[in-house]
Ligand binder design. Sequence first.
Ligand code: GUN
Length: 298
Amino acid sequence: MTATIIDGAAVAARIRAEVAAQVAAMQSAHGIRPGLATVLVGDDAPSQSYVRMKHKACEELGIASFRHELPADATQAQVEGLVAELNADPRVHGILVQLPMPKHLNEEAVLNKISIEKDVDGFGPVNIGRLAMKGRDPLFIPCTPHGVIVLLEEAGAVFEGANAVVLGRSNIVGMPAALLLIERNATVTVCHSRTRNLPEVCSQADILVSAVGRAEMVRGSWIKPGAIVIDVGTNRVDDPGAKRGYRLVGDVAFDEAKEVAGAITPVPGGVGPMTIAMLMKNTLRGAELTIPATSEAH
Ligand code: GUN
């Protein structure tokens, strides 16, 4: 059996086209141009590259973007002061503080400062709290886990009663992905570095989401035949033959897994493009939240 390859790049392109059309419609109907502000502290190269891609996407979709960079030795007060300014700026509908920040900064305190109506990453305590509670809706769903769910839907996943296994319990991906799967009535197991018999746990999964950041850790033999596999890992491995001296691989040994799974995302071209597409969608939503409600019946 050879798995269906889930084309994240194509799904992301479709979502971006929809957002671009809605951005244009919002401008003509309400005179509002959605705006995203990014805050990058320090000079971490991968973070710089992610932030660059986010601004490029804004430009392509007609979203205004405001780029703020602070030095690696910025103080807590400086970062929080910048967030406060962005909270008060009416041109800004979404604030994204790129993570990780330098170690001396208190990430939680910074994220707590972002206004809930502009928390397009969905990492603030109110948004995550609502995500974790039954019957409460967050204003924004974290981008990568939301992208994971959209790709599962794209692959025809049946969530209700499915065994879903999430590898990794990070704040950014694993934990919110698990919460989104629970919300859809899957039976969810969250695995981490202390989990016993990992291959056996994975082999029970109808839906397997891996977000651990370990190159090709998940072997084909761990996968239940026909399972849907979403690989969030983006790991650099040395490759002297490649132009940059490395290539990107996922957490899943793709060539083995595709012979067993029913559907699988590739790396690159799977989850990666979805993160930015969902961020653009959340920024549009942030702008929508500022449209005054009218008394007209809809
Ligand atoms: N670092 C890695 N992924 C993300 C993300 O989705 N948002 C932010 N702010 N930082 C990240």
